[in-house]
Design a binder for this molecule. Structure first.
Ligand SMILES: Cc1cc2nc3c(=O)[nH]c(=O)nc-3n(C[C@H](O)[C@H](O)[C@H](O)COP(=O)(O)O)c2cc1C
Length: 386
C-alpha cells in the first residue's frame, strides 16, 4: 500500500504519488461553445492531490464531438477556459494532462459541423443511442446513424486535428497530453477489426489498423516532445459496441510499436466496467492481454479499472503496473489520496449526476476534514447549472 505514496519520475515531471485521476467526462462546459468554466477549474483543483490528473476527454474539433456539453480544445475561447483549469490545478500543487478526443462514429449529425454525418473507418453504426441536446437545450437520446467511411485522402486532416489540439493544450497551460485511443472512439475504431473493414493501408492486418494511431502519436510527440505524451488503450472493452478478433495480437503489436516514442506512459483500461457500472463477468482473456502488453511495452504503464487501495498496492508490488488510475472513486472523493493513505471510508459516486448539470454531484463531495467538521462543507454558491 505504501508504494502508492512514493514519488514517481514521469518523464520530466515528478509525481508526488502514484495515484492518477482517470479521465472522467462530466459534460458541464459552458454553452454555447463547449467552454471550460470557473466551476470546472474548482472541481479539478479540489482533486490536485493526485500524482497526475488526466482531464476529461476534450474534443479536438467539432467533428470530434460525440456528446452534448463536453468541452473542446479547438477554439480560442476553449483554450482560455482551460487556462482557468490548469492555473487552478497548478496553484493547488497539482499536474494535469489533457485527454485529446475524436469520437469518430460515436456522434450524431446534430453535433457535427453543418449537420454532416459522423466519420469512421467504415460505415458501420454503433448500437445504442447518441446523447444530444434539443433546440431548447434539453437532453435527448436518439439512435446513432451509420457514419461516413473516411477517404484515405482525409487521414492527414485527422492527424492535423490532433496536432491542433496538442498545440492548443500547450497554449492552455497543460503539463502534457493523453491521446485517447480507448473506449470505442475514433482511434479505437481503427484498431478493432469489428469496426475497421477497410481494404486500404489503414485496414486489414494489425500493422495497418495501428497506422493512424501511430501517425497521430508521432505528430503529437512532435508538438510536445519526449515524456509529455501518454496513450490510452482499452483492450477487450465492449463499450460503444467494440470487439476485435484477436485482441492479444492487436494490443501486443500496438504496445511494441509504442516503444519507438519516448512516451510519458501507456495507460490501459482493464475490462471491468460496462457503461457506468462494474461488470460481474470480466473477460477471462484480460490477464493474458495485460501480461502481453507489460512484456512488450518497456516504458511506464498505468492501469485503470476497479482498483481500491489493496488491489492498487498489490498491482504495484507485483510489478503489474507503475501507476494506478482511479475513476469513479476520484469523482466522489476529491481527497482520494489522503483517504487511501489513512484507510478512510470513501464517498460513493452518484451516477445520476455524472453527466451534465451544475455544482451538485460535482463540487459538493466532501473531504474527510469537511466530514469531520474541521472545515466548512464545500460551497456550491455562485455556480449555475450549465
Ligand atoms: C462518469 C464517467 C466518465 C468517464 N469519462 C471518460 C473519459 O472522458 N475518457 C476516458 O478515457 N474514460 C472515461 N471513463 C472511464 C474511466 O476513466 C475509467 O476507465 C473507468 O471508470 C474505470 O475505472 P474505475 O473502476 O476506477 O472507475 C469514464 C467513466 C465514468 C464513470
Amino acid at each position: 500500500m505504501t508504494a502508492l505514496f512514493t514519488l514517481f519520475q514521469l518523464g520530466p515531471l515528478t509525481l508526488k504519488n502514484r495515484i492518477i485521476m482517470a479521465p472522467l467526462t462530466r459534460s458541464r462546459s459552458q454553452q454555447p461553445g463547449n467552454i471550460p468554466t470557473r466551476m470546472n477549474a474548482l472541481y479539478y483543483a479540489q482533486r490536485a492531490g493526485a500524482g497526475l490528473i488526466i482531464s476529461e476527454a476534450t474534443q479536438i474539433s467539432q467533428q470530434g464531438q460525440g456528446y452534448a456539453w463536453t468541452p473542446g480544445i479547438h477554439t480560442p475561447e476553449q483554450v482560455a477556459g482551460w487556462q482557468l483549469v490548469t492555473a487552478a490545478v497548478h496553484e493547488a500543487g497539482g499536474l494535469i494532462f489533457a485527454q485529446l478526443w475524436h469520437v469518430g462514429r460515436v456522434s450524431h449529425p446534430a453535433l457535427q459541423p453543418d449537420g454532416q454525418l459522423p466519420v469512421a473507418p467504415s460505415a458501420i453504426a454503433p448500437g445504442g443511442l447518441a446523447f444530444i441536446a434539443d433546440e431548447s437545450g434539453a437532453p435527448q437520446l436518439v439512435p446513432f446513424v451509420p457514419p461516413r467511411a473516411l477517404a484515405i485522402e482525409e487521414m492527414p486532416y485527422l492527424v492535423q486535428q490532433y496536432v491542433h489540439g496538442a498545440k492548443n493544450a500547450q497554449a492552455a497551460g497543460f503539463d502534457g497530453v493523453e491521446v485517447h485511443a480507448a473506449n470505442g472512439y475514433l482511434l479505437d475504431q481503427f484498431l478493432n477489426s469489428s469496426t475497421n473493414q477497410r481494404e486500404d493501408a489503414y485496414g486489414g492486418p494489425v500493422e495497418n489498423r495501428a497506422r493512424l494511431l501511430l501517425e497521430v502519436v508521432e505528430a503529437v510527440c512532435g508538438v510536445w516532445g519526449a515524456g509529455r505524451v501518454g496513450v490510452r488503450l482499452s483492450p477487450l472493452g465492449t463499450f460503444n459496441d467494440m470487439g476485435d478478433a484477436d485482441p492479444e495480437a492487436l494490443f501486443g503489436h500496438v504496445a511494441e510499436r509504442l516503444n519507438a516514442f519516448e512516451l510519458a506512459y501507456l495507460h490501459v483500461v482493464e475490462p471491468v466496467i460496462a457503461g457506468n457500472a462494474t461488470t460481474e463477468t470480466p473477460d477471462p482473456r484480460a490477464g493474458a492481454v495485460l501480461k502481453r502488453i507489460r512484456e512488450n511495452y518497456r516504458g511506464t504503464l498505468i492501469v485503470c479499472g476497479g482498483y481500491d487501495a489493496a488491489k492498487a498496492g498489490a498491482a504495484l508490488g507485483g510489478g503489474r503496473a507503475d501507476l494506478i488510475a482511479f475513476g469513479r472513486a476520484f469523482l466522489a472523493n476529491p481527497d482520494l489520496p489522503e483517504r487511501l493513505r489513512v484507510g478512510a471510508a470513501l464517498n460513493l459516486p452518484d451516477p445520476n449526476t455524472f453527466y451534465g448539470g451544475g455544482p451538485q454531484g460535482y463540487l459538493d463531495y466532501p473531504t474527510l476534514a469537511q466530514q469531520r467538521g474541521e472545515q466548512p462543507m464545500p460551497d456550491c454558491g455562485g455556480f449555475e447549472p450549465a
